[in-house]
Design a binder for this molecule. Structure first.
Ligand code: HEC
Length: 148
C-alpha cells in the first residue's frame, strides 16, 4: 500500500469528508440552535448553525460571502428525558458552500453529509433552494446574528 492510499483509507475510516468540513465545523462560530421535535416536519431535529470564520463578517452583515466559505447545520435526534430536551446522535450535516458557479442555486452549493461523513444524494434545487430562495435579499441565508 502506498503512503497515499494509506492516507486516503485512514480518512475514509475516520469518516472525514474530502473537503474537511465534516470534522472542521466543530471549531467554527456557533450562532444559534433550534429544536423541531415533530418527526413529521421535514426539518425535524435538534440543530445548530455554525459559520466558518472567513464567512463571519458577511454573516453579520447579511451579504458579501467570500468564495469557498461555508455555513453548516448539524442535525441531531431529539431526546426528551422527563421534560429535559437533549441532542441525540448526529443524523446529518447540511451545508452551503459559496460557489459563484452554482448559478441555479443562488451562487451557493447546497448539500448534506450523512452521519458517516458521506455526501448524500439529494435534489438540492428542489429540496433546499426552493425554500432558501425566499431569502434572496440576504443572499439566501435564513438565520441571523443575534445582537445579544
Ligand atoms: C422548508 C424550508 C427549508 C428547506 C427545504 C431547507 N432549509 Fe436550510 N434552513 C431553513 C431555515 C428556516 C433555516 C434557519 C434555521 C435557524 O434559524 O435555526 C435554514 C438554515 C440553513 C443553513 C444555515 C444558514 C442559514 O440559512 O441560516 C444551511 C447551511 C442550510 N439551511 C442548508 C440547507 C440544505 C443543504 C437543505 C437541503 C438539503 C436545506 N437547507 C433545506 C429552511 C429550509
Amino acid at each position: 500500500m502506498t503512503r497515499l492510499t494509506l492516507a486516503v483509507s485512514l480518512l475514509v475510516a475516520a469518516g472525514k469528508s474530502p473537503d474537511g468540513v465534516f470534522t472542521d465545523y466543530r471549531s467554527w462560530q456557533h450562532v444559534k440552535s433550534m429544536v423541531i421535535p415533530d418527526k413529521a416536519n421535514g426539518l425535524y431535529g435538534f440543530h445548530h448553525v455554525f459559520v466558518e470564520p472567513k464567512a463571519l463578517a458577511a454573516y453579520k452583515a447579511g451579504k458579501g460571502y467570500p468564495e469557498g466559505s461555508h455555513l453548516v447545520v448539524p442535525f441531531y435526534e431529539v431526546k426528551d428525558e422527563g421534560g429535559a430536551v437533549h441532542q441525540g446522535p448526529l443524523k446529518m450535516l447540511a451545508f452551503m458552500r459559496r460557489e459563484a458557479a452554482a448559478k441555479e442555486t443562488g451562487g451557493w452549493r447546497f448539500g448534506a453529509y450523512d452521519a458517516g461523513g458521506k455526501v448524500m444524494a439529494l435534489d438540492v434545487k428542489a429540496g433546499c433552494f426552493t425554500c432558501h430562495e425566499a431569502k434572496k435579499d440576504r443572499e439566501y441565508v435564513f438565520s441571523e446574528w443575534a445582537a445579544q
